[in-house]
Design a binder for this molecule. Structure first.
Ligand SMILES: C[S@@+](CC[C@H](N)C(=O)[O-])C[C@H]1O[C@@H](n2cnc3c(N)ncnc32)[C@H](O)[C@@H]1O
Length: 313
């Protein structure tokens, strides 16, 4: 992970995004993340799991924003995937910032939830855990291959309140209008925030991708908005830094639909300010309630989160 060559175009965008913090950011992305897990309380108690690990000399340190999330010291991520505890679904290997959306959306056990882009199921299984396997989650993805991983994870973790669908998420607003209490849009994105894990996002980088991704993200968020009951909650998240895929998408919804953002409070994490204008466009002022999470300020990958309340149709 040391010979990092960032394309000029991407570097100059990051300069505009991170400003004085660019050096720290570039340094941080060369450092691999400490592996982390979510203990699956549908199958095991947290204390039991921690004690099993400590008997083997594995040190678990609490992730402050998730009651069952832990950083794991004393073994590699590849090894965790081979533990019997992983095979039988007592744990799920999950990056700490990816634990934020389900914790913020916080679905109740009576809720009907839509996870519009769900594969491979990190957040679906996390929400099922919060709901104690009650209520109902529709977990959808457009990609059948990725859905296979989702169904495997659902089965492995003992999740029983999920119905899996394979369709274009952009259709939900039309076929199931005002149907869900809570909707998660963990959008397909350019994944710049994942580079502490892999440099793929850098090697596959193309400037033109932002426009296409932003269009898909807007369409998914519009569909999610329509599928949510009035008064219901939508959580929009990406693991990327580009304003086109983050603030611009949220701003579009606030400008065209009866929705408002809500403040987000996450214990134990340093959040960064959202970007309020980009390439000559000023975003809706309520975008200021969205949060950015940066890998040089926390032991996590990069993330963007917006909490959106649907007011009326
Ligand atoms: C960031 S990943 C989701 C990760 C997942 N939420 C998790 O936590 O494991 C984005 C997903 O969006 C899916 N996707 C892309 N376009 C879509 C569309 N139009 N409708 C539904 N899913 C879509 C991709 O197949 C991909 O699995």
């Amino acid at each position: 992970m040391s010979d990092l060559k960032v394309p000029e175009g991407l570097l100059s965008r990051w300069q505009r995004i991170f400003g004085d913090e660019l050096k720290d950011f570039l340094e941080a992305i060369k450092t691999p993340l400490v592996p982390s897990i979510r203990v699956n309380t549908l199958k095991v108690r947290v204390e039991e799991m921690i004690s099993l690990f400590s008997q083997r000399g594995i040190d678990c340190r609490k992730i402050p924003w998730c009651p069952y999330g832990f950083w794991i010291y004393g073994c590699e991520e590849e090894n965790i995937g081979n533990f019997w505890e992983h095979f039988v679904g007592l744990i799920y290997v999950q990056e700490p910032s990816s634990m934020i959306p389900a914790e913020i959306l916080n679905p109740e056990s009576k809720d009907k939830v839509l996870d519009i882009a769900a594969a491979p199921g990190s957040k679906t299984t996390h929400m099922a855990q919060i709901m104690e396997n009650r209520g109902a989650i529709v977990a959808n993805d457009i990609n059948p291959k990725r859905l296979k991983a989702l169904t495997n994870n659902i089965e492995r973790l003992g999740v029983v309140n999920v119905c899996v669908t394979c369709m274009d998420g952009r259709r939900f607003g039309k076929i199931l209008p005002s149907s869900f209490d809570k909707v998660l849009v963990d959008a397909p994105c350019s994944a710049e925030g994942t580079i502490r894990k892999s440099y793929k996002a850098i090697y596959n980088w193309h400037e033109w991708a932002y426009k296409k991704l932003s269009e898909t993200q807007k369409a998914l968020l519009i569909s999610a908005f329509k599928a949510t009951k009035p008064g219901g909650l939508i959580l929009y998240s990406t693991c990327t830094f580009s304003p086109e895929e983050n603030e611009a998408v949220v701003s579009y919804i606030l400008e065209h639909y009866d929705a408002e953002t809500e403040g987000i409070d996450i214990p134990g994490i340093e959040v960064s300010e959202p970007i309020l204008s980009w390439n000559g466009e000023d975003f809706h002022p309520d975008v200021k309630r969205c949060i950015r999470i940066y890998p040089h300020k926390n032991e996590v990958g990069g993330f963007f989160v917006a909490k959106i309340r649907k007011l009326s149709f």
